[in-house]
Design a protein around this ligand. Structure first.
Ligand SMILES: O=c1[nH]c(=O)c2[nH]c(=O)[nH]c2[nH]1
Length: 305
């Protein structure tokens, strides 16, 4: 057997993709900062953790994660650059064997939802996300037009409650009167045969209907995402006689308040972990009374929405 020797090359370790949502709520006009942060450390002395399983110098990835959330509360975010600089300085200063590291951030941009032309104080829409949808169905001699949108991500940093649900031995969810409500709306609506016949301005209808959906999301004080869904569909149908029905699929994008008490920090609704899965999935159709149902309009379109 030939003598084979191996050595450890470049390495670093840490916690990837810490989803941090920071709400600044000193006044009624909230600010949102939404980031995905990765922290990784390097140090020559860390070789023993790889070669021998010696963890005596391993600043746990869990500690790195906690530091991200605690720093958001202690120092705020401000800019991703300044936040990462603070993290980097902390790790190399606090642990002398940490020579360096790599700290990376993605920041997701949000805009305030406009309600009657005015910026809302605590309701936001993710920038540049929504995709417009349109379908023409010719079937049994009839033409149906459906339209909609997907990936319209909206968030309210207050004005949402969830309580009064049944409890059994598997229920652990704590009742809340103030939570973040966030969803990525998929909605498809069907235009009435009369609207299609009249060859309406579909661009103007799309703008108006999508504005009605988001402004209703913003203004409804929500007791559940189900109720927001209903109110959004109802508003669109009431404001636009061209719509016969609206179908929705709305994931409940959970934001969990981070427990900062182990670090002797309070967290009055400011620092959240934005989970990506599992998520609640709330679906429903809102139908104008008196219109003829047209299930064939949806033939071969995506299963529900
Ligand atoms: O708006 C909500 N609807 C639910 O049905 C539900 N279930 C849950 O755990 N949280 C929530 N939130």
């Amino acid at each position: 057997m030939t003598d084979v020797t191996v050595s450890l090359g470049a390495n670093k370790y840490g916690k990837a993709e810490n989803r941090l949502v920071k709400i600044t709520r000193d006044t009624d006009r909230h600010e949102i900062e939404d980031l995905n942060i990765t922290s990784q450390l390097r140090g020559a002395a860390l070789v023993s953790s790889y070669l021998e399983g010696d963890n005596s110098l391993v600043v746990a990835t869990d500690t790195q994660k906690n530091t991200v959330y605690a720093f958001a509360r202690e120092h705020g975010v401000g800019s991703p650059e300044s936040f990462l600089l603070k993290l980097g300085a902390h790790f190399v200063d606090a642990f002398e064997w940490i020579d360096g590291g790599l700290w990376q951030a993605e920041q997701f941009a949000w805009e305030r939802i406009l309600v009657d032309g005015d910026e809302h104080d605590h309701a936001f829409v993710r920038k540049g996300q929504a995709t417009r949808l349109a379908t023409v169905q010719k079937i049994n001699g009839t033409t149906h037009v459906t339209a909609g949108l997907k990936d319209l991500t909206v968030l309210k940093s207050t004005g949402s409650e969830f309580h009064g649900f049944p409890r059994d031995k598997y229920t652990t969810l704590v009742e809340t009167t103030d939570r973040i409500l966030a969803t990525s709306v998929t909605a498809r609506w069907r235009y009435t045969p009369e609207a299609v016949e009249a060859e309406p301005d579909y661009n103007a209808l799309y703008e108006g209907i999508s504005a009605a959906l988001v402004s209703t999301f913003a203004t409804v004080h929500s007791l559940a995402l189900q109720q927001s869904l209903w109110q959004m569909g109802k508003a669109a149908i009431e404001q636009f006689p061209e719509i016969a029905e609206v179908r929705f699929a709305m994931p409940n994008k959970h934001h969990f308040l981070v427990d900062l008490s182990p670090f002797e920090l309070d967290n009055p609704g400011e620092v959240f972990f934005a989970a990506d899965r599992p998520y609640g999935l709330i679906e429903g159709t809102v139908i104008r009374d008196g219109v003829a149902p047209a299930p064939e309009a949806w033939t071969d379109t995506p299963s529900f929405i």
